[in-house]
Design a protein around this ligand. Structure first.
Ligand SMILES: NC(=O)c1ccc[n+]([C@@H]2O[C@H](COP(=O)([O-])OP(=O)(O)OC[C@H]3O[C@@H](n4cnc5c(N)ncnc54)[C@H](OP(=O)(O)O)[C@@H]3O)[C@@H](O)[C@H]2O)c1
Length: 297
C-alpha cells in the first residue's frame, strides 16, 4: 500500500491557504488565482489597479474566496494599505505571489522603410533615444522595485502564517515572483528594460531567499515562457498567430503557447507540500522556448 504522504492529493494540496496575488485579475495571475481557488484556498487577495477587472475575476472564480483589493504595487503607501486590509481580515498569509508586471520599450527591429533590413545605426539610436528614460524606469518600478516592496510589505503577515502553521509542520511561508524566461534570453529586438528587469528580479529573489532564511520565509521564482495575456499580445502578433494557434517548433518546441494547466501544475507543485523544499529556486515553464533562443544562465 502506498503511504499517503507521497500521494498526489497530499503533495499538491493547497487547501486552507491564504494568498496574495498581485496582478491576480488577469493573464498568468488569473491562472494562478484560478488554480488556488479550484483547489481549496481559504482566501486569495488579488491586487491590481483596475477595480473592475479584479471584481470580474472574483465574480467568475469564487467571490467568497477571491477578494479584490485595488492598489498599485509601485506605491509603498498603497502596499501598506493592502497589507493592513489583509491583516484586519485574516491576520496572516502563507503565500505572496508578486506577479504584477509590465512590458518595456523595445528597440527598433528593422529599417523604417524596409522591414527586412537591419535599421541603420543612426535610425537605431534615434529610435532608442526618443524613448523617455521614465518609460524605461517604469518597467523596473513594476517588475523589480515593486516586487521588492511587495515582499517586504508582507513579511510580518508571512511570519504570522508560519506561527499559524496551517500548512503543516514541513511547510514555511513563501514569496513567489513571476519573473520570465526573458531574464535569461538575449533575443535581439526584445525589450532591454523588460528582459533586464526580469534578470534583476530573478537574482533579487535569490538574494531574498538567503536573507530571509533567518525569518523562515522562502523565496522562489516562476519563469514562464509564452502565455496569452495583454503583455504577450505583441509576441503572438509577431509570429502571426492567436493564443490558440500552433507555434513553429523552431519558436516553441512544444508547438503551442502555455495554458492554464501549465501554470496550475507549476504553482500547485511550488505551493503544495511537493515544493516545500524549494528555496531560491527558479521554475522554468516554457515548452522548451529557451532552447531556441540565445540565452544565458
Ligand atoms: N504572458 C507571458 O507570456 C509572460 C511570460 C513570462 C512572464 N510573464 C510575467 O507574468 C506576469 C503577469 O503578466 P501577464 O502576462 O499575465 O500580463 P497581464 O495580464 O497584463 O498582467 C499584468 C498584471 O499586472 C498588474 N499590474 C501591472 N502594473 C501594476 C501596478 N503598478 N500595480 C498593481 N498591479 C499592476 C495588471 O493589473 P492592472 O493593470 O489592473 O494594474 C495585470 O493584472 C508579469 O510579471 C509578466 O512579466 C508573462
Amino acid at each position: 500500500m502506498t503511504s499517503s504522504n507521497i500521494c498526489a492529493s497530499t503533495l499538491f494540496n493547497v487547501e486552507g491557504i491564504v494568498a496574495v496575488v498581485t496582478g491576480g485579475g488577469s493573464g498568468i495571475g488569473l491562472m494562478i488565482t484560478k488554480a488556488l481557488a479550484a483547489n481549496g484556498a481559504h482566501r486569495i487577495y488579488i491586487v491590481g489597479r483596475r477595480d473592475d477587472v479584479l471584481k470580474e475575476t472574483a465574480r467568475k472564480t469564487n467571490p467568497e474566496v477571491v477578494i479584490p483589493i485595488p492598489g498599485d504595487i509601485t506605491s509603498r503607501e498603497s502596499l501598506l494599505r493592502i497589507a493592513e486590509r489583509v491583516e484586519s481580515e485574516t491576520g496572516y498569509v502563507n503565500l505572496v505571489v508578486a506577479n504584477a508586471g509590465t512590458m518595456g520599450p523595445r528597440p527598433l527591429k528593422s529599417a523604417p522603410d524596409a522591414p527586412d533590413q537591419q535599421p541603420s545605426i543612426s535610425e537605431y539610436r534615434a529610435h532608442a533615444l526618443k524613448t523617455p528614460m521614465e518609460d524605461f524606469n517604469q518597467t523596473y518600478a513594476v517588475n523589480t522595485t515593486g516586487v521588492y516592496y511587495t515582499a517586504l510589505t508582507f513579511l510580518d503577515l508571512l511570519d504570522a502564517g508560519n506561527q499559524k502553521g496551517n500548512m503543516g509542520t514541513d511547510w514555511r511561508s513563501q514569496v513567489i515572483a513571476t519573473s520570465s524566461i526573458g531574464g535569461f534570453s538575449r533575443l535581439k529586438g526584445a525589450s532591454f528594460a523588460y528582459n533586464s528587469s526580469k534578470a534583476a528580479v530573478t537574482h533579487m529573489m535569490k538574494m531574498m531567499a538567503t536573507s530571509f532564511v533567518a525569518y523562515n520565509i522562502r523565496c522562489n521564482i516562476l519563469a514562464p515562457g509564452i502565455f496569452p495575456s495583454d503583455i504577450s499580445g505583441g509576441i503572438f502578433a509577431n509570429v502571426g498567430s492567436g493564443p490558440s494557434t500552433v507555434f513553429e517548433k523552431e519558436i516553441v518546441p512544444a508547438e503551442r503557447a502555455g495554458k492554464d494547466e501549465d501554470i496550475a501544475g507549476a504553482i500547485l507543485y511550488m505551493v503544495g507540500r511537493a515544493g516545500a523544499y524549494l528555496n531560491g529556486s527558479v521554475i522554468v515553464v516554457d515548452g522548451g522556448r529557451l532552447s531556441t533562443l540565445t540565452s544565458t544562465y
